[in-house]
Design a protein around this ligand. Sequence first.
Ligand code: PLP
Length: 438
Amino acid sequence: MPGHTGQELYRKAKTRIPGGTQLLSKRPEMFLPENWPAYYSRAKGAQVWDLDGNMYYDMSYNGIAACILGAADPDVEEAVIAAIKAGSMSTLNAPEEVELADLLCELHPWAEMVRYARCGGEAMAVAVRFARARTGRDRVAFCGYHGWHDWYLAANLADDKALDGHLLSGLEPAGVPRALRGSALPFRYNHPEELEAIVAQHGDELAAVVMEPIRNMEPAPGFLAGIRDICDRAGALLVVDEVSVGWRLLTGGAHLVYGLRPDIAVFAKAISNGYPMAAIIGTADTMQAAQNTFVSSTYWTERIGPAAALATIRKHRRENVALHLRRIGLMVRDGWRVAADRAGLPITIGGLVPMSSFAIQHKEAQAASTLFTQLMLEKGFLATKAFNATFAHQDQVIEEYLQAAEEVFGVVAQALDRGTVCDLLGGPVAHAGFARLN
Ligand SMILES: Cc1ncc(COP(=O)(O)O)c(C=O)c1O
């Protein structure tokens, strides 16, 4: 089994770094407990090398959705190196901030002003602060995942302490002030009646409705227009979270595809292809609320983030990256379907085309998916149930991956039939992680 040096380091990390990593989605236990390579020495395009020098093709998360162009993209690298050589930090401001603001407003004509942060969750917290400052209201209705900050985890504070954590299972709200209970109210995607019920009870206290324009399923006809209408009636702002879906469907936010007009949109991750950067864009009167509240941070002014974002967005537009992601995503989905049919493995396929996933339909599904990851790793692929396409994925890699997947699907199907999945696993079953509410 590859990846031993990484596992040794990870065992040590858990004694020095609580939880082992900084991001739930990078925990080796989420992939292949005790056998995931865990650390990388180098990453380039769709390739990644572990600490033992083994090379894998990344057919999984590709920088947890950050590396939309592929790892270490040469054009972004060049812009970042130029920013470093010109001095990444100074007492004066980086002019790239203004250039990027113009570009974001050109791509999103409804937006007039822009602020920056460096991470997705942090930028969402900024957006919620702006919405609260603009409306003078406290409560927020939301759908989906938006990060780790207090405004969001407050949803998991229940009336009864013993029930804490039940709305977003797996996300513990310990350390979030109990006084925030009732300030974040969840509803499910394509369930406007749940938002209507929140508005009926708290409409005049609602600062914002926070949601991804789309994620795992298509919006039902009229759903998004209905959300806009509910916001207008309640006097609440509509904040769209484009941290993960942004730049997947076109050069810009997915809300543009669906004709949804928000008051604020938030970008991070793929906006800068692996360098920390986040943007909060909005209408002028919403964003001017930034002047009435204190939102300010030193490293939000460094130069690498905006330089990387400008290079990423320009390449995205120039190369029509969204079209490539669609073609690669469709190739993988069709390949999964054919491979699973041939192997006799029952799967369902879901997600946005460029962020597709499959689910094995069996009561032993989690163990079977872990076995899939284990056997694909042995064949040189980082592979899970989900695949984020990048501009660096070319047909040949996809063809090799699908051939390997078909063989592995066959082994998994046979093991499920014989009840031997756990016997074939070299370690425990992967953790399922937290459950999204959408
Ligand atoms: C929709 C959405 N919002 C917010 C976040 C948080 O972003 P970050 O991990 O950069 O803080 C994520 C991360 O997965 C996300 O998918």
